[in-house]
Ligand binder design. Sequence first.
Ligand code: ADP
Ligand code: ZN
Ligand code: ZN
Length: 823
Amino acid sequence: MSSDNQKYFADIIVPVSIEQTFTYECTADDFSNIELGSRVVVQFGKSKYYTGIVFNKHNVEPFGFKPKFIEQILDEKPIVNTTQLKLWQWVADYYMSSLGEVYRNVVPSSLKLESETKLLRNPDFTEDLSGELTDAEYLVYEALNYKNALTVAEVSGIISKKNPLPIIKTLIEKGVILPVEEIKDRYKPKVENYIRFTDLMEEEGELQKVFSTLGRAKKQYELLLKFISVKTQTQQAVKVKDLLELANASRASLNGLADKEILEIYSEEVSRLVKPSNDLENQKTLSVDQLTAYDEIKSGFEKYDTVLFQGVTSSGKTEVYVKLIQEQLELNKQVLFLVPEIALTTQLINRLVKYFGEKIGVYHSKFNASERVEVWNTVNEHIGKYQIVLGPRSALFLPFSDLGLIIVDEEHESTFKQYDPAPRYNARDMSIVLAYIHKAKVLLGSATPSLESVFNVKNKKYGYVALDKRYGNILMPKIEIADIKEDHQKKKMRSHFGERLFLEMEETLLAKKQIILFQNRRGFAPVVECETCGTTPECPHCDVSLTFHKNSNHLKCHYCGYSIPMIRKCQSCGSPKLDTKGLGTEQIEDEVLKLFPGAIVARLDLDTTRKKYAYQDIIMKFENREIDILIGTQMVTKGLDFDNVALVGVLNADSMLNFPDFRAHEKAYQLMSQVAGRSGRKGDRGKVIIQTFNPYHQIIQQVSRNDFSGMVKDQLYDRSSYYYPPYYRLIKITLKHKDKAKLDKAAFNVAESLRGLKGAIVLGPDYPSVARIRNLYNKVILIKTANNKDLGSSKLYVKRVFHSFNEVKEYRSIRVVIDVDPY
Ligand code: ADP
Ligand code: ZN
Ligand code: ZN
């Protein structure tokens, strides 16, 4: 019988950057047991063990080396399905990365342990459960009582087993241990603020006394009365937000009552994860316009796999999505709802959860191990529970088996692109591939779609549906351009506030409405400059100026995190005369506090939201009207829905326009329109004031007229004239090394070889605007090709160039980053 010398092999994806899969041998028994997508433990190199994924099985003996045997099979049922493997292959090929990199990046880390993984005790595990552990498991558990963390290798020593991964896997499943990276970002519950009487007030007759002393503080008196009536009527804890709204009172009045120790504000946890709520809300009845859009989307799907849905801000796109989702649920299909960033989407999530309850699962790369694996496994089982998954770009890689619809909300957002690590994919583009594999449809939604998507509509690749009225026929905000050059000349500026913006702010505050001020992050980092010699302190590891942080009184590098206390004298000439230049949100906050002393002001930027959930807290306070003026960077432009915002101010529009990036104008238009869309969403028409030195700039004019198609026309013309996307495709190659001369030589040689590429334009090598980051010099080469077909052959050519490049010994230490569609 031939089966005597029949041999069995499996090609395994190992989480490394090498392009190929790796062939291992297995026993006949194992061979019949393993399925594609199952996890196996394999030895890699001399002493490393990895959890790998079965990609393929066959009987073809590899040529030229003797394969090792698979150590162990971890899964009876695969954790990755074959449609996912197809998507992985696609992503790896298209973005020129390896299957191992895709695997490493998209599968939750507790499903893919390796030798260096550090393990910690799970703080949720209680001693009394330890009776259920096997001897070996108990040994590991015990060791963690003496030592903070163990590596996989150490566990191997403790239980005297060469391959400890199976035991570690069960320990994680039993909740005894956690891989270390999971523990850094433990899930923190959201808190809501409530009001109650202080203990003092429980005394007989105390309330009576209080009312008589409050006589003169009329507002506080009324607020207290309202509190008592709400409390007695509802017999429930009273939310700060609800009370202030009902009493039409300010936070200051409430603070007054708290200072007098009459009321106190306390907070309680509210679950942030999807909570199976008993009181699901009914879906809203669509307006006539929404219904028309819905019908057009449906007929669009008959002709196209992808439809672009352009609805102006506050047109009620979400309710249209909801109806489309509902339909998929009835067909028993899965739905993927991609959003730019989960942390910036709390409002949307709350709305959807109210409609769909436990059918919707939220996936967040910052969830801890158990939460992420829970979503992964639940989706894998394809039971009714998480039939809808809402998540950021990484949710694309969950184990869906039967998708019917993918919605990409705010499709123009750049957060759908992953820059680091590889694979450097764009989730919006890959959602179209994923839908293709599942024979599903894609809906791209935005008020200000990307030029690429608009271009695809023009070329009849995508269908198109517009919704250009706000829900309830509320008018689009009135956008006014404020020429601050003139205000400067006429000395009418109050620090950075021109006359129009200042007056509007005063009026808005008087009317008890709220204000959002937007300051672009780019180009505005405040720096310190010596008044004597003009020197600006720089980061010793990167070629950038250090940014001055007033609150902490430190100088920081935004590229590498380097930080020193604020200097007292110039490091170059010793002069103590130092000046701060630039205008960050912190400076604006100071100015606003001086100009509007009574107002409560908050900032929403990278600094104030560094702590997990700080963002939600600020948003909640603003929603509760505990904040009058919210100053923010890009973050305030994202899909927020506030009722009471009557004014949006853009402090300086010019910074966005003068940025050296081929998409600067498109981005500026999107940013300004989106932030303007936060104004006047309910009730009265909102106002927007854009401050600029160039009131006649094309983009600013287009924003003020809501002239999206004019913007598209101009921008497409520029793109085609200068050979940029969507007419040309880009591949960006970055080389990095600490030795500048070596880098220069290598980059020159690579660029020369790349110039052999026919039909392509090769630019560079050039230093990027920040030439050195973390002590590594960077050089960039940009390849432009005319269309998709050329893109494919360009990639092959690039691969060949780097293949021979890697043969050169002195270049081996140079880091190469290849980015396809680097925008
Ligand atoms: P968009 O996402 O297009 O900016 P939203 O979906 O947030 O707009 O809708 C704007 C506001 O209008 C929201 O507060 C929403 O609750 C409300 N709204 C939209 N459609 C309806 C509807 N059919 N019935 C009642 N309210 C609606
Ligand atoms: Zn100096
Ligand atoms: Zn630095």
